[in-house]
Write a protein that binds this ligand. Structure first.
Ligand SMILES: Nc1ncnc2c1ncn2[C@@H]1O[C@H](COP(=O)(O)OP(=O)(O)OP(=O)(O)O)[C@@H](O)[C@H]1O
Ligand SMILES: [Mg+2]
Length: 361
């Protein structure tokens, strides 16, 4: 049984425990350094047989940020995550974590790196026979740390409380909802004081309301414990709600990296438009389609009605959306107009500092 537990713990946590267990202090510690590199992925290539799965991937992830990796199924997201924590080897390029090279052949160094990483998955991976407390304690057992000391008990209970499961300390996984199971998995991933939390589709099996709760918890962990979080997902709402920056992967390549609002309010790449299933194929085929973008307080201004009055003309509003990105609201709308009005409309928008784009046919 212990062997089985050890194997599962190994696959779940990849981290070791600091023997002196200053756990509770660490839970409250802030590690944010701001702008300091935590993970560097430099020209990484990976093939499975003849299939090139990662093609010269380069991404830098800073200490203390919540970084998203998004893209279609099969884009290489999980493979990249597994290369970061040394579960998977890569063929060329270099990955460093805290300036430490991740090479699967250097087992000793890899173990040191894996000490710093917790991981959560879509399937939770809890042991059914164990209750919440025992599941959270499992990685400590795996690393030979006593779970019977007052400090260890306090730490485990504190983490269970952090994830909001005080009432469920002795419940078995079968008595928990999906969201509660993921909370246990998060507490378990934190029990060895990681500096990085890797999440692979952690909310994909959960309904939208439960997803919001889990994302809020991840934000809290990032904010209060200073843990760098890497979130692999195909869900836009995950990226929009919590990611400070995001990389869009397409067929093993990084198509774009930036703030989610930069990438997704005004996507230039057709792969990203396809991913978002944007409006472009449903727009009128006559006249000109002009897309307007509103950021922050720009959303409040009656630009379109002003423009219609000032230019003495009418426009069709074909499509509009308002989106939340973390705390900000971003809006965009598409107007259809006569070709002859375009120049004056653009001059008007420029005078009001509104960003616009003519949607190409
Ligand atoms: N162990 C493996 N052996 C062979 N091919 C693999 C292996 N793991 C992944 N692949 C292939 O690598 C590609 C990328 O897979 P990966 O799991 O990284 O994609 P993903 O972006 O995480 O997709 P999803 O959103 O469906 O989880 C796929 O074509 C997949 O079939
Ligand atoms: Mg995947």
């Amino acid at each position: 049984m212990l062997w089985h537990a050890a194997v599962v713990a190994c696959h779940i946590c990849y981290v070791a425990f600091k023997c002196e267990s200053k756990a509770i202090d660490v839970v409250n510690a802030v590690r944010k350094n701001g702008g300091i590199e935590m993970i560097r992925i430099d020209s990484v290539k990976k093939t499975f047989g003849k299939t090139e799965v990662l093609k010269e991937i380069s991404i830098d992830i800073e200490d203390g940020e919540i970084f998203g990796i998004i893209g279609q199924s099969g884009a290489g997201k999980s493979t990249l995550l597994r290369c970061i924590n040394g579960l998977e080897s890569y063929d060329s390029g270099l990955i460093t974590v805290n300036k430490n090279p991740v090479h699967i052949s250097d087992k000793r160094n890899l173990r040191q790196i894996q000490k710093k990483m917790g991981m959560i998955f879509q399937g939770f991976n809890l042991l059914e026979r164990l209750d919440v407390y025992q599941n959270v304690a499992l990685p400590m057992k795996f690393w030979g740390i006593s779970t019977n000391t007052p400090e260890a008990k306090e730490k485990i209970l504190k983490l269970i409380s952090l994830v909001g499961l005080e009432e469920k300390v002795h419940a078995k996984p079968r008595e928990l909802s999906g969201g509660q199971k993921q909370r246990v998995a998060i507490a378990r991933a934190l029990v060895l004081d990681p500096e990085i939390l890797l999440c692979d589709e952690a909310t994909s099996a959960l309904d939208p309301e439960i997803t919001k709760g889990i994302l809020a918890l991840l934000q809290k962990i990032n904010r209060e414990m200073g843990i760098t979080i890497v979130v692999v997902t195909h869900q836009m709402e995950v990226v929009k709600q919590i990611c400070q920056r995001v990389a869009f992967l397409s067929q093993g390549k990084v198509l774009a990296v930036g703030k989610p609002e930069q990438l997704f309010v005004w996507p230039k790449e057709h792969e990203i438009r396809d991913f978002l299933r944007e409006e472009s194929d449903k727009l009128p085929s006559t006249g000109v389609n002009l897309k307007l973008f509103f950021f922050g307080e720009g959303n409040q201004r009656p630009i379109v009605t002003q423009m219609a009055q000032e230019l003495h003309t009418d426009f069709n509003i074909c499509w509009a959306k308002l989106e939340d990105f973390r705390e900000d609201v971003y809006g965009s709308l598409v107007l259809n107009m006569d070709e002859k009005d375009l120049e004056r409309a653009c001059a008007f928008l420029d005078s009001k500092n509104v960003t616009w784009e003519v949607i190409p046919r």
